[in-house]
Structure formats: structure tokens, C-alpha cells
Design a protein around this ligand. Structure first.
Ligand code: ADP
Ligand code: MG
Length: 756
């Protein structure tokens, strides 16, 4: 029988780029871009055109204040929304939500009222249907928040993220972004805590802005731009790899000779089939109002990146999910498969998803943008210092926010930042931070000595003048600050770039943590500033002046207390691991260790103080994460075991037999036994024995009953199952490089990764 792997190889090499089915006339995109862009989104403008102004304004107030929309308002919106959607061919609508698992969820209902009294079949949609849905929730992860007898879960409309239309071959569906909560109101999804954290950050940032003399800003948003990395392989290879289907990564496969050596794939020309696929994806995404801007090849062969322009974080999170779903959907049409997993292929780089994060006022000002205006620079320094304090004080939570079985392959593996969270500032900003740090140390030691305060004012002018350096160009030009790829949290000119999240991660999770910890840092700093200013006022100073002086002081003392988290060196080096340890920075090497920190009393308090997650919600999330870790590692080990038993060992046995037969045939003819050849056979036979031994012991481990305690089970899986599976993979990969190519049935790395 022909080798299926070789058959696939010949099919794949004959494939050509597929034309886009998205638009027939390319000039439509360029000439009519304004009509084309977001044409399948129920935009604010569309809504405004269709409903009375008073209702529109009422809705806007609900969105701004984060309050639930009342039913009469929702009725009017629902009517307008239905008319728009039905006009565009939608027969169905769905609440689209983000349960605590890797994929989004949807349950479609048709608009059709089959039993209208008039006898006519009408398309209807009410405010209550828009506001709330009640999917049977018993099969979504609840982590103990819902017992089966009260398994109701509610999807609640998120009016801040516009509905859109999903066009599919046989009809269209209206997608309505929603939160997902239990009947007691506890969050069961990723979106709800994100929205709560957005509110918390806004409140604290506005308080700080007031101290800085800003009386006009009424809200602050976090902004987010996600760079999405992914691999693309031919679908035929994907379907021939049960491990990829089950786990999203290859659990075995020998590294190809070249791999990503020479790094000639990075920014190279996009292969024609990939280009065709990405172009169609972009066109689909533009129609959905997702502002994708950048596309390029990434470091590993077969790896690419797409990035949109940043948006308000709730919208950016929804759009990242839409982007991932669209890429997967469009890939099908091109006989391709997209892999977002953090490590689909061992030995080459994995997929990350850099979170570019900042804060912007509702008056349009980026709070992390250093400017040449000294007044604004004070504001910049406050917010920048708050971020440093946030990362230093909560580096454990930040680390936990990117945990997961997949990311354990990336963090600390010399391709992504280490598991130690630190901040990179770049040379110029670091010079300023160091000055503040030195001042702060003296201030703390001298306990508010007035002489030091004099010096403080002088230093501030110096500091501002450093920021003012250079004609025409801001001295903190991003190109000069963003060249340390080894840092998990890097300042990149006017935003921070969090580089630890993995490719498939739900963006809202890490963003929620960043919002929360920065809100906490701002809150503490505001309180300290107010206290100092009041003390000064009591001693006769004018309050406004006293508060500006207090801001200068608090920036410095905060920097002094938190500067230890700043690291501008090589985050991949062993020296940094030692140095970080001496600085007391946590190094939570794997998911199981990282998840433990979620329920530390101070972290539970932090979540509840800012009303982002209550204790039960945090515990349920931790529980679910432990379970997911164990399940993923177990499925991977099972998948490996099956592949080795059903394909690797049968090929190895055949090869062993063929080799033995041919050696004895040679001996018969020549009368002598070649010692080197015998040793070669012997070496291979040893590998096969080792492999069969490992198969036996891994099978026993996989049959061991799981502990009731999810943490204990996760530890067992990490220490026993995963390490045994790693050993088995190692020997199987070695065997792959020995076995005759014709006998090997599993698609090889060099085939999967060389798509043209
Ligand atoms: P690089 O690969 O050099 O890090 P990219 O251009 O691929 O940069 O991505 C940078 C991302 O940062 C883009 O999504 C961009 O829109 C986003 N970004 C720029 N400014 C901000 C900001 N103020 N807040 C959040 N994200 C931002
Ligand atoms: Mg990029």
C-alpha cells in the first residue's frame, strides 16, 4: 500500500494560490473603501441614523457609565438592529460570548415568528431578546460557581461593542457581543472582568488627572493593539496529524536540518498561497470593521503575523477574537489550516501575541506619550511610574495572567521573554528613571528634608530638559526605545508592550490584569499625594501648589521603591535569573506554580477592592485553569502514545526487520559480518527497546486515577506525565531520523513548514 504521507506531499505541491471569493472587482476595495470598510457592522452612525436622538443619547449614557440598558431603550435598538440585519440577509441572530475556554460560544435563533396571529411569518426581535439570552450553561466551565441543578447562565448584551454580520455560504447571521454570567451575577467569561477592570482604571486615572489639574477629562480608556502570530500549513498535513487536530501542536517530529537557522524567513516575501489567503482574510476583516494594518512573515518557517491598529481595549479584545476566527474560516477555503498554538513545532519559535497597551483620555490624549510640553511630562512621569509600580508589586499576577500549558513551552525558552516579569525602559527613559530613583532614595532617607526638596525641583527641570532634547523629534522616539526583544514588559515610545501572552490567549485576560494592577498603583499614589498635600496645606501651603509638589515627591519615592523591576539587559541570560532572584523578583517557572498566586490573600483583596472579581470568581478561575492544564497535558500525552503505538513503532519494527534481513543477506554473500553495520543496527534496536519501555510506563501513568484536588493533579501531570512524555518524544524523534523515509507515515516538519 502506498505511503499516505508521500501521497499528501504530491497533492500539496500541486496546489496553487486560490483567488479571493470576497470581492470580484479589486477596485471596489480601493475606490470604495469607505463604503466597504465596516459595511457588515451595525456602527454607531448606522444606529444614530435609525433611532430617535433621545434614545441614542440615553444609550450613550448607559455605555459611558457601564450601566445596564433599560428594556424600552433596548426595544427601539432591537427593532433598528433587526431591520438592518434582515435587510442584509440575516435569518438568524446569536449572542456571541467568551466562556472560560479557548473558543467563543454562540447559539443561533432565527428572527422568524412562525405563529403570528395574522397568519403571516414575520421577522421579529425584542429588546429583551437583545439584552439577555439564557443558553443552557451546564457544559461550560464553571469551576464550582454553578452546581448542575442551578446551571443557568445568562448572556448580557454589551452595547459598547457593535454587532456585526457573519456571512457564510448559505446565509448570514447577526452576531451580538455579550457578557456571560451566572444567575447570581458571577462572571463566567473573559469579557465581564475586563469591562469591570476598564471601569476601575478609568476611575483611578481620572482621580490622578484631577490632581494634575486636568478638570475636563471624565473617562480614561485602556488602549490595546495585538500583534497576532500564527503558523499556516496545508490542510492535508493537518488532517494527517491527529496530534494537531487534538491539541493544536505536534507532539512529535524531528527538527528539520535548517529550521529557522539563517533567519531568512523573517520579513521575507509572503509565499503566494499565503498571500492569497491573508488578502482574503483582510478583506473579510475590513468589512467587519477590524482595522488590520500590518502583515509579514515571522521568524520561523511557516510563521506569519498580522496586526491591527490599536483600539479601546474591550473592542480590541473582541476584534482579536474575530480576527482569529476569520483567519481559521478563510483558511479552509484555501485548503490551509492556521495554528495559533504557543508551540506548534518544537525546535522553532512559537506563537506569541504582543499586547501593546496604553491609556487614553476621552479627550483623546495618550497618557503614556512623553511630549515636549513640561506640564504634560509631569503627567507622563506619573503614569509611567504607576505602571512600573504596578508591575513590581504585582508581577506574580502578571505572570499568572499568561500561564497555560502551551505558554510553558515559550516563556524562558530563549524565544519569548523569561517567566520573570520586569520592565524595560530604554536608555533615555531609564536615565530619567534613575534620576528619580536616586532622588527618591534620598527623600525616603531624609524624611522630607526641605533642602532635598529644593534639589528635587532642580532635578525635575533637568529631567524635563532631557525629555525636551532634540529639535523636531521627541527624544523618546520609539525606534530608539524598542530594541530589547527579551523583555516581557517594554516601553516602546508611547505605550508598553507586554510580550509574554501566547498566540491563542484570550486577550482580555492579560489586559484585565494590567488594567487592574495599574488602577491599584494609581489609587495608592493618589492617596499618598493627597495626604502629603493636605499635610502641607495644614502647615500653611496653598493646596494646588502643595499637591504639585507632592506629585513630584511621590513620583520619586515610588520610583525608588519600585525601580528594582526595571531591567534593560538581556532577559535571556542566566545572569539575569540570578540577579532577579537577588532583587526578590518572582520566577514562577511554570503554569502550576503561577496559578497558585491567584488566591493569595493580598491578591483576592486586590480583585475584590476594585470589584473586578470576587473571591468565588477568582477561585473558580483558578480551579478551571488547573483542570485545563491537566487536561491539555494529558490529551497531548495520550495523543503521543497513540501515534507512537500506531505509526512510529510499526515503522520502526519494519525498518528493524528489513535492516536485519539485509545484513544477514550481505553476510551470506560475502561470508563476513560488517561490524559497523551491526553496531548501527544495534543502536537502532536499543532505541526501539527504549521506546517500547517508555510506552509502557507512560500508559501506566495515564491510567493512574486523578486526584480530587485539581492542584495536586496538575502537579502530578506536570512532574510525572509530562516528563515521561518528553522522554518518549525524544526517542521517537531520534528514530524518525533513522527510519527509511518510505516507511515513515507521519508528515514531517520539513514538509509541513515549507509551504509556498
Ligand atoms: P512592532 O512589531 O514593531 O512591535 P507593530 O507595528 O507590529 O509593532 O505593532 C504595534 C502595535 O501597537 C499596533 O497594533 C499599534 O496599533 C499598537 N499601538 C500603537 N500605539 C498604541 C497605543 N497608544 N496603545 C495601544 N497600542 C498601540
Ligand atoms: Mg509586529
Amino acid at each position: 500500500m502506498a505511503n499516505p504521507r508521500l501521497q499528501i506531499r504530491s497533492t500539496v505541491t500541486s496546489r496553487r494560490p486560490a483567488p479571493t471569493s470576497e470581492i470580484s472587482n479589486l477596485s471596489d476595495v480601493t475606490e470604495h473603501f469607505n463604503e466597504f470598510y465596516a459595511k457588515n457592522v451595525f456602527t454607531n452612525e448606522e444606529l444614530q441614523r435609525r433611532i430617535p436622538k433621545t434614545i441614542f443619547n440615553r444609550l450613550a449614557t448607559h455605555i459611558q457609565q457601564g450601566t445596564e440598558v433599560d428594556e424600552p431603550t433596548a426595544d427601539v435598538v432591537a427593532q433598528a438592529l433587526k431591520e438592518w440585519a434582515v435587510n442584509k440577509g440575516c435569518t438568524h441572530y446569536t449572542h456571541w460570548f467568551q466562556p472560560l475556554r479557548s473558543t467563543t460560544a454562540q447559539k443561533h435563533d432565527s428572527f422568524i415568528n412562525f405563529f403570528d396571529k395574522s397568519g403571516k411569518k414575520r421577522f421579529e426581535f425584542s429588546g429583551s431578546e437583545l439584552i439577555r439570552g439564557e443558553p443552557d450553561a451546564s457544559s461550560f466551565p464553571g469551576g464550582g460557581l454553578r452546581s448542575t441543578h442551578e446551571a443557568r447562565g445568562y448572556t448580557c448584551w454589551d452595547p459598547a461593542s457593535a454587532p456585526w454580520i457573519l456571512e457564510e455560504t448559505n446565509g448570514n447571521t447577526l452576531m451580538i457581543p455579550t457578557k456571560y454570567v451566572s444567575w447570581t451575577g458571577d462572571a463566567l467569561d473573559h469579557k465581564t472582568p475586563l469591562l469591570r477592570s476598564v471601569n476601575a482604571l478609568s476611575k483611578e486615572a481620572v482621580k490622578m488627572l484631577r490632581l494634575l489639574g486636568d478638570d475636563t477629562t471624565t473617562g480614561v480608556q485602556s488602549t490595546l493593539g495585538c500583534e497576532q502570530e500564527f503558523f499556516v500549513i496545508d490542510k492535508a498535513y493537518y488532517t494527517a496529524r491527529p496530534d494537531l487536530i487534538a491539541t493544536g501542536r505536534t507532539v512529535l517530529g524531528a527538527a528539520p536540518a535548517k529550521g529557522q537557522k539563517m533567519e531568512d524567513h523573517y520579513f521575507g516575501p509572503l509565499p503566494p498561497r499565503i498571500m492569497a489567503f491573508i488578502q482574503e482574510s483582510e478583506q473579510t476583516l475590513w468589512k467587519l470593521g477590524v482595522p488590520t494594518k500590518t502583515r509579514h512573515n515571522e521568524v520561523a518557517p511557516g510563521q506569519h503575523e498580522m496586526a491591527p491598529i490599536f483600539e479601546e481595549s474591550n473592542l480590541a479584545c473582541d476584534h482579536n477574537l474575530v480576527m482569529m476566527e476569520t483567519l481559521q474560516y478563510v483558511a479552509e477555503k484555501h485548503d490551509l489550516t492556521v495554528l495559533f498554538h504557543e508551540k506548534p513545532f518544537q525546535g522553532v519559535n512559537g506563537n506569541g501575541k504582543h499586547h501593546n497597551w496604553s491609556m487614553a483620555t476621552n479627550t483623546g490624549k495618550n497618557l503614556l506619550n512623553p511630549t515636549r510640553d513640561p506640564t504634560n511630562n509631569l503627567s507622563f512621569l506619573v503614569f509611567m511610574t504607576a505602571v512600573i509600580k504596578a508591575v513590581n508589586e504585582h508581577s506574580d499576577l502578571l505572570r499568572a495572567s499568561v500561564s497555560g500549558a502551551g505558554n510553558d513551552h515559550r516563556l524562558g525558552a530563549q524565544e519569548a521573554p523569561p517567566a520573570i516579569m520586569s520592565v524595560y525602559l530604554g536608555e533615555e527613559l531609564d536615565a530619567i528613571a534613575q534620576m528619580l530613583h536616586e532622588d527618591g532614595k534620598q527623600l525616603l532617607a531624609a524624611n522630607d528634608n526641605p533642602e532635598i526638596n529644593m534639589k528635587l525641583e532642580a532635578q525635575m527641570t533637568k529631567c524635563v530638559s532631557v525629555l525636551n532634547l532634540g529639535e523636531g523629534l521627541s527624544p523618546l522616539h520609539r525606534d530608539r526605545t524598542d530594541r530589547n526583544r527579551t523583555s516581557p514588559f517594554a516601553f516602546t515610545g508611547n505605550k508598553f508592550e507586554f510580550r509574554a501572552p501566547g498566540g491563542p490567549a484570550p486577550v482580555s485576560h492579560a489586559t484585565m490584569i494590567i488594567n487592574l494592577i495599574v488602577a491599584d498603583a494609581l489609587s495608592k499614589m493618589t492617596r499618598e499625594i493627597k495626604k502629603k498635600a493636605l499635610d502641607d496645606q495644614a502647615a500653611g501651603a496653598e493646596y494646588k501648589k502643595a499637591s504639585i509638589k507632592a506629585i513630584h515627591q511621590v513620583i520619586r519615592t515610588t520610583m525608588a521603591q519600585n525601580y528594582q523591576v526595571v531591567f534593560n539587559g538581556n532577559g535571556y541570560s542566566d545572569d539575569w535569573v540570578k540577579e532577579a532572584e537577588s532583587r526578590g523578583l518572582p520566577n514562577l517557572k511554570n503554569t502550576v506554580d503561577a496559578l497558585g498566586v491567584l488566591t493569595k490573600p493580598e491578591n483576592l483583596k486586590l480583585f475584590s477592592t476594585f470589584k473586578v472579581l470576587n473571591e468565588a470568581e477568582v477561585k473558580s478561575r483558578q480551579h478551571i485553569s488547573y483542570e485545563q492544564y491537566s487536561e491539555i497535558v494529558t490529551i497531548e500525552a495520550d495523543s503521543l502514545l497513540n501515534l507512537v503505538r500506531s505509526q512510529v513503532l510499526p515503522a520502526a519494527f519494519k525498518y528493524q526487520k528489513e535492516m536485519a534481513l539485509s545484513l544477514s543477506a550481505v553476510k551470506q554473500v560475502t561470508g563476513v559480518q560488517d561490524r559497523d553495520q551491526l553496531a548501527y543496527l544495534d543502536q537502532f534496536c536499543n532505541m526501539v527497546s527504549e521506546c517500547t519501555e517508555l510506552v509502557k510506563s507512560l500508559a501506566i501513568l495515564l491510567e493512574t486515577p486523578a486526584s480530587e484536588d485539581p492542584e495536586a493533579h496538575a502537579k502530578f501531570v506536570r512532574d510525572e506525565v509530562k516528563s515521561k512524555a518528553d522522554q518518549l518524544r525524544f526517542v521517537s524523534d531520534r528514530m524518525e531520523t533513522f527510519v527509511e523515509d518510505n516507511l515513515w507515515t507521519i508528515p514531517k516538519y520539513e514538509e509541513m513548514l515549507c509551504l509556498k
